[in-house]
Design a protein around this ligand. Structure first.
Ligand SMILES: Nc1ncnc2c1ncn2[C@@H]1O[C@H](COP(=O)(O)OP(=O)(O)OP(=O)(O)O)[C@@H](O)[C@H]1O
Ligand SMILES: [Mg+2]
Length: 237
């Protein structure tokens, strides 16, 4: 008898279910969209499908370039099968251009282009507003080891090289993005998602935002913009 698929976690945008294989999970991309640590919420029709397809493309793209990920295969329009990871409670952010929370936090001008991408760690904790942390917090509280910190920094920057080039050649700018890692059989794999929900993408010609900033700033056409990016990257949706 096959075991029933059980919901193991329901985040703000995705749900995770068990599968018949104990090492694998079914990830369901929902239409739910949130911003400002869950304070602003809305369901945007079709977003789950676009993000599932978008993520599958990016994860495959990165795998082909030597970045090991949790992604196994897509299952339906809105579902994928992934390796079950023991997630580190940190978010890794890389910024190529200063905008958003960085400018608010440090009072710096918007639009500064960094010669070297800026890397930041944040603690995954909505109640605390995902605070900025440093390497020392991660080791002091046992959220990760020094080797894991080095790995995350190196991989996240490697991802930036691959994806900045991909976006650039499709007339898009990858402004910044967030990724998460988790442990699988003694090593770290790229987990979670890479979609316009977790990054900033600008049109190179017009400078228009084509990412979740459209939702944050009530600019409209959120899912349509994600679709525009997908089409520019050659993703079949
Ligand atoms: N392969 C994986 N194995 C186990 N957990 C995963 C995996 N990939 C992602 N996750 C976790 O599943 C959840 C995904 O759901 P979602 O993105 O909707 O959460 P969220 O509301 O953003 O919450 P969080 O603030 O924890 O990210 C996240 O907590 C993420 O860390
Ligand atoms: Mg999330």
């Amino acid at each position: 008898m096959t075991k029933k698929s059980e919901l193991i976690s329901e985040g703000k945008a995705k749900s995770l279910y068990t599968t018949s294989n104990t090492n694998e999970l079914r990830m369901v991309y929902r239409d739910d969209t949130s911003a400002f640590d869950g304070k602003k919420k809305e369901a945007l029709l079709g977003k789950g499908e676009v993000n599932n397809r978008f993520n599958a493309f990016i994860m495959n793209y990165l795998e082909e370039r030597g970045v090991e990920t949790h992604f196994i295969r897509d299952l339906s329009e809105t579902e994928s099968i992934v390796k079950k990871l023991d997630m580190l409670p940190v978010e890794c952010v890389v910024r190529n251009i200063a905008t958003g929370s960085l400018c608010r936090r440090l009072g710096v001008e918007q639009g500064i282009k960094f010669d070297e991408p800026l890397f930041e760690f944040f603690l995954k904790n909505d109640d605390l507003g995902d605070p900025l942390i440093n390497d020392n917090h991660i080791t002091a509280f046992g959220w990760g080891t020094e080797d894991e910190i080095n790995f995350m920094k190196q991989k996240t920057k490697e991802i930036n090289v691959h994806l900045s080039e991909l976006f650039d050649k499709n007339n898009l700018i990858l402004v910044d993005y967030k990724v998460e890692y988790g442990r699988y059989e003694e090593k770290l794999l790229l987990g979670d998602e890479f979609t316009p929900d977790g990054c900033r993408i600008w049109d190179k010609t017009t400078g228009e935002s084509l990412d979740k900033d459209r939702f944050r700033k009530d600019l409209g056409d959120v899912v349509e913009s994600y679709q525009i990016v997908a089409h520019k990257l050659g993703i079949d949706i």
